[in-house]
Design a binder for this molecule. Structure first.
Ligand code: SF4
Length: 706
């Protein structure tokens, strides 16, 4: 019988509501949920083809165990798989200590899954070695919000985008990465043509086509640009002195710093004209409301934290925060990257927006969990974690719902690390990922449409994710795998103690987790799966007495810092790590295509999604191609300091000379045994530890065919 289940899309951080048409066994169709406030019934090409991505050939269906390196994995039972994993982890912890094991999880997981993993790592194992692929995605925004505003909380709502008079979009091709939100912006602009849109991006993307002004800055020069804008805002008197005095600290230091960022210097650093810079500053300075949106072009950088802070400085200086149509609004890439931040799924965090490095926070969480203490040794972030695997400091690694063998920079080193790791567990819905190749134990996980929990989207809105059909084969929900493993492990390393993982469903996990947020900036204590069913998706904070969520933060000008005041950060512009030089004269940028998602484990199963772009192409400016005597479609070799790839070149004058672009989606299943990230570098921001995935020096040359 045909039925409909309301849930959310599993791809990007817009968090669109979907209606899943199914017969209890198969998903038959997917449409947008008109009642969901994120999308009001709209879906993009990815969301609307979810029902075409159910190919069972790509799925992990049964637990598989490899009994020795070099041997093939063989099917096994869940009991023997999880007993083996518990024995291996217990043995490793006993022999080498808790920091010899690590967990690498994902922004694709649901909040309840994240919470179970965090409790497992920190309370049971006693390690902070738990990081997630959100480190590659949002950790610079986390730092930006916390340093400047006091808490990791995007203060705006999607409605603010529609209400704004000036929208500044930086390092974000929303038209591809957040298509439904982009469509909302497009419609708002059509209704109110006086709305100004400025796009800052080295490429002339589809998003830039909507802009009144496109600033094609040189890659990585964002901090110089923001300081240059502030220089002009100050000079022209376009700042809000009352707001600065009443609600902020640190303005005098910043004022001194930006005095040196003259229009001529900034124009030179950014590769734009003084007039373009002046136009941009004038638009921002004279707008009744000013909102900024940003994504990976800002975050994936060795200066990601500084870029975030410099952009937030513009809002504090103009008082453009905490009012309709205004505020610094980072867009999250993954469907539940926000849930990961909330539950403490970066190595330096703890649940409820707490810090692993803060003794008081550790004591609060340990007390709540009923364990003597939480570990005080700093955990490893993604790049550090895989380096520790490579140097055999980490001897047992659990990877859930992510594909680091494809997505991490300097891919060869990550492959080496995984190949040499004594015990790798991969908990995954798709058996086709590059990472599965290295699994000593493959645990089949339920996927979208098959599991229940919650996700938080970019605007802090929590939605109830509901299952429509049973998971195939013996696949199980992530929370259930994690808790089952944890119960077996605690019998070995905590015998006789009451279980910390007595959860029988995801709602029970949420109930325990939400009380850890009580009284904190993100207070979720008024929410539950039942409340979400009754009221629909809600924005946090949603404290126990609340009747509805909170659309906008800081309307009273009080910030969650020690003294209630926001902070200006005064940091100099730093050039990206890899300088252009004769051997590698081009700057390689990587990013998303419209119709694919991450490593294509799901979107790669739907033929229709290859209609937009069929294969991985290296995009280059026509002048650079002529100089190298290259023609469109020709096979080329692209080389960086770390690796090389063979692929066709594509003439694309949306790029300035000196730049090249590769889509991020193709891994080693598609490109002659190598993936896009064999070219990128593992350098990372010193504060956020987010890697510089958008700026690698490369050279391109013709391949002479025999
Ligand atoms: Fe899914 Fe994002 Fe598309 Fe919405 S915009 S349908 S959440 S991929």
């Amino acid at each position: 019988m045909r039925q409909t289940t309301a849930s959310t899309c599993c791809y990007c951080g817009v968090g669109c509501g979907v209606l899943i048409e199914h017969d209890g066994e198969r998903v038959l169709d997917v449409t947008g949920d008109p009642s969901h406030p994120a999308n009001h019934g709209k879906l993009c090409s990815k969301g609307s083809t979810l029902h075409l991505t159910g190919d069972l050939d790509a799925r992990a269906l049964y637990p598989e165990l490899r009994l020795g390196k070099g041997l093939a994995r063989a099917r096994t039972s869940w009991d023997s798989a999880l007993d083996h994993a518990a024995n291996m982890f217990a043995k490793t912890i006993a022999e080498y200590g808790p920091d010899s094991v690590a967990f690498y999880i994902s922004g694709q997981l649901l909040t309840e899954d994240y919470y179970a993993f965090n409790k497992l790592a920190r309370a049971l194992v006693g390690t902070n070695n738990i990081d997630s692929n959100s480190r590659l995605c949002m950790s610079s925004a986390v730092v930006g919000y916390k340093r400047s505003l006091g808490a990791d909380a995007p203060p705006c709502s999607y409605e603010d985008i529609e209400q704004s008079d000036c929208v500044l979009i930086v390092g974000s091709n929303m038209a591809y990465a957040h298509p439904v939100l982009y469509r909302r912006l497009e419609e708002a602009k059509a209704k109110r043509p006086e709305m100004r849109i400025i796009v800052v991006d080295p490429r002339r993307t589809d998003t830039a086509e909507l802009a009144d002004q496109h600033l094609a800055i040189l890659p990585g020069t964002d901090v110089a640009l923001f300081h240059g804008i502030l220089h002009l805002l100050l000079r022209e008197g376009w700042i809000d002195r009352d707001f600065i005095e009443a609600h902020t600290d640190g303005f005098e230091d910043l004022k001194r710093l930006v005095r040196d960022y003259s229009p001529a210097l900034v124009a030179d650093l950014c590769g734009i004209s003084v007039a373009e810079l002046q136009d941009c500053a004038r638009t921002i300075g004279s707008a009744p409301s000013f909102l900024s949106l940003w994504c990976m072009g800002v975050n994936q950088s060795t200066a990601g934290s500084a870029k975030n802070s410099a952009l937030i400085n513009l809002h504090l200086a103009t008082g453009q925060i905490g009012k309709p149509g205004a505020g610094p609004f980072s867009l999250t890439g993954q469907p539940n990257a926000m849930g990961g931040r909330e539950t403490g799924s970066l190595s330096n965090l703890l649940p409820g927006h707490r810090e692993a490095g803060n003794a008081e926070h550790r004591a609060e969480v340990a007390d709540y969990w009923g364990v003597p203490a939480l570990p005080d040794t700093a955990g490893l972030s993604a790049i550090e974690l895989f380096e520790a695997v490579r140097s055999c400091k980490i001897k047992a690694l659990w990877i859930a719902c992510t594909n680091p063998a494809q997505s991490m920079p300097d891919q060869e080193r990550v492959h080496e690390a995984l190949a040499g790791c004594p015990f790798v567990v991969v908990q995954e819905a798709f058996s086709t990922t590059e990472t599965c190749h290295y699994a000593d134990l493959l645990l089949p996980a339920a996927s979208w449409g098959e599991k229940e929990g919650t996700v938080t989207n970019s605007e802090r809105r929590v939605s109830h994710v509901r299952p429509a059909i049973a998971a195939p084969g013996e696949a199980r929900p992530d929370w259930s795998i994690t808790c089952d493993f944890a119960r077996r492990l605690e019998k070995l390393i905590r015998p006789g103690e009451p279980s910390l993982f007595d959860f029988t469903n995801p709602a029970a996990l949420f109930e325990e987790y939400k009380l850890l947020t009580q009284g904190r900036d993100l207070d979720l204590s008024g929410l539950s799966h039942v409340v979400l069913d009754r009221l629909g998706p809600q924005q946090w904070p949603f404290p126990a007495a609340a009747r509805q969520g909170t659309p906008r933060l800081y309307e009273d000008g009080v910030f969650p810092t020690d003294n209630g005041r926001a902070r200006f950060l005064a940091e100099q512009y730093q050039a990206p790590q890899e300088k252009r030089e004769a051997r590698f004269p081009l700057t390689l940028n990587t990013g998303r295509l419209r119709d694919h998602w991450h490593g294509m484990s799901r979107t790669g199963t739907a033929a229709r999604l290859f209609g937009h772009v069929e294969e991985a192409l290296l995009s280059m400016n026509g002048d650079d191609m002529r100089r190298r005597r290259l023609i469109d479609g020709q096979l080329v070799k692209v080389r960086s300091r770390r690796g090389e790839l063979l692929l066709p070149v594509h003439k694309d004058d949306s790029l300035r000379p000196g730049q090249a672009f590769l889509p991020m989606h193709w891994g080693d299943r598609f490109l002659n045994g190598l993936g896009v990230n064999s070219l990128t570098l593992p350098a990372f921001d010193p504060i956020s530890k987010q890697p510089e995935l958008k700026h690698a020096g490369v050279e391109v040359e013709k391949v002479e065919l025999p």
